[in-house]
Design a protein around this ligand. Structure first.
Ligand SMILES: C[S@@+](CC[C@H](N)C(=O)[O-])C[C@H]1O[C@@H](n2cnc3c(N)ncnc32)[C@H](O)[C@@H]1O
Length: 246
């Protein structure tokens, strides 16, 4: 996740010192997607120390996850599930089943352990799958969830179009993402540094300056609610619906 706080925490703790996205040495020969997979397989064991650790809680990310997931109902698809940091936030009285997909088997292995420790094995099905080419029929899910992966996807618009496609017409796409701040000078700083920071420290291949609302609209989603958090929207929670006629 390209988060300024993650980069700062990584720098101070020494975590991820050897796990820059571009540090494989074979990057030129790999497609960006294969590189993402390989990188996240490498991040998997240490991922929760930063993205699910004290720094994340201190700046309110656990609370944002919890608020977002309280809105998940029925049959759920979570894309880019990672190590499953969202799993404990799903309301088991509202959710009938969770398909959870990710490109990285290493991240999914951590998610599998988490699902087991939470006693959710029967509720959660984990699969290796590309969010940009989902292997599910159209209109299959009541809720589609993505948190902090849009900034990492090679083609975020394609992933959002897929989320819109597999969501039922009356369903919801729930997002919690890194996004461009509404505060002009900060947004300009994000634009200036995004390409540089994407491969640094704790950034983990994430472009932190995406205009998430515009991406959603461009992908055929209606933005029902968009709530900025932290410094004018460095994080943003969105509730979207498949646009009528899309
Ligand atoms: C920054 S992590 C976010 C993980 C989790 N959603 C969270 O909130 O902690 C991004 C995740 O997206 C996954 N990912 C990247 N590109 C993907 C793709 N095309 N399809 C599915 N997963 C992908 C990575 O493997 C990684 O687990």
């Amino acid at each position: 996740m390209a988060r300024w706080w993650a980069v700062a925490a990584a720098a101070s703790s020494g975590a991820f010192a050897d796990t820059d996205v571009g540090a494989t040495g074979v990057g030129d020969q790999l497609s960006s997607k294969a590189l993402t997979k390989e990188s996240y397989d490498g991040f998997a064991e240490g991922y929760d120390n930063l993205d699910g650790g004290w720094a994340a809680s201190a700046i309110g990310l656990e609370e944002l996850r919890s608020q977002l997931l309280a809105g998940a109902t029925g049959r759920v698809l979570e894309v880019g599930v990672g190590t499953g940091l969202n799993l404990r936030h799903y309301r088991r009285d509202l959710v009938s089943g969770i398909e959870a997909v990710d490109l990285s088997p290493g991240m999914l292995s951590q998610a599998s352990s988490r699902s087991e420790s939470l006693g959710m094995e029967r509720l959660v099905k984990l699969s290796v799958m590309d969010a940009e080419h989902l292997g599910f029929p159209s209109e299959a899910f009541d809720t589609v969830v993505d948190t902090f992966s849009l900034c990492v996807f090679s083609d975020p618009s394609a992933a959002l179009r897929e989320m819109a496609r597999v969501c039922k017409p009356a369903g919801r796409v729930l997002l919690l993402e890194n996004s461009k701040s509404d505060f002009g000078p900060l947004a300009a700083y994000q634009d200036l540094t995004a390409s540089f920071l994407v491969n640094k420290g704790g950034a983990k291949g994430c472009f932190w300056n995406q205009d998430v609302e515009a991406l959603c609209r461009g992908a055929g989603l209606e933005v029902v609610r968009s709530s900025p958090a932290l410094a004018g929207g460095l994080f943003r929670t969105l509730e979207c619906a498949p646009a009528k006629g899309s």
